[in-house]
Design a protein around this ligand. Sequence first.
Ligand SMILES: [Zn+2]
Length: 332
Amino acid sequence: MVKADDRVVHALKSKLNRESKWKRKKNKFGSVRWNKNYELATKQAPSPDKWTSIKQTVKNLVTDNRLNFWREYIKPLVQQGNFLKIIELENLDLTWRSIIYDLPRGVLSFAVRSAIDFLPTFSNLRTWGKRVQTGCKLCGNHETLLHALNNCPLSLNQGRYTWRHNSILKHTLKALTGHENNNILIFSNISGFTTTGGTLPVNVIVSKLKPDIVIQNKQDNSIHLVELTVPFETNISKAHERKQTKYLDLVSDISDNGFTCDLTCFEVGSRGLITQENVGRIVEIFYFVGRAKPSKKFMKQLSKMALLSSYTIWNARQEPAWGSEDQPHISL
Ligand SMILES: [Zn+2]
């Protein structure tokens, strides 16, 4: 911490002040059930003038020369600030930036703070001298942003991450289906899309594996396996490789059964980032069902859905109960 610099002291003071406001707000929400969070996440955005100042802050943060100020003074305080780095390096923030300006109240703050790891996670609160214990309220492990949004074993077991994953999967299925010709069959482990073998038709292969989407083209005898992952932004490449490896044998087994088989793994970051590579993969999946490439609106919706779901997961991170598996998914 560079205490000598007045600007830093000022920035920190106002930041901590904002944090405590955020915390009070969060505690108020802490007593309500997850569906209250859901309601909150799906509320309409406030009138633009109300958010002018916060929008300006965001704009300054991600676009102009204030980045230098942040890089030099604030970034050392940030534990996992790599998301901003990714944005800078790949210039991928166009979709992300365009959606955050249209987010409901509260989610905008979450989007920006999660992107730079400035949310009051227990580990950040300890760094800021506000808390000593960093154990996750659900599982007891060290609570970082990565932990809360993607790595908490209890959240995983309760289906919190699956809920987010399936929101995005359902939305993708909705966009892929409805216009395909009779030769195209689309299966998934989502109700309404299952087949006798689960996700994989038994006349193609019998397997315990359940790729998220299976597209069968009867005309050219091809099988396209599609797998979605919603990893923490800094783990996108790793998640991709892991899934590619997981389904490698299945692809070759299906090929051995006489089909042309390929695999497309795509990732939507848990904070809403869709990298250029993944935009390409999503275009490819649309091509498999004979559709034109997805609209920009669709890409934005995927991104927004990840953010809104993660916002709900974040708000519920201190609530032991999560609810049933069939709770409504985020829909836009
Ligand atoms: Zn945990």
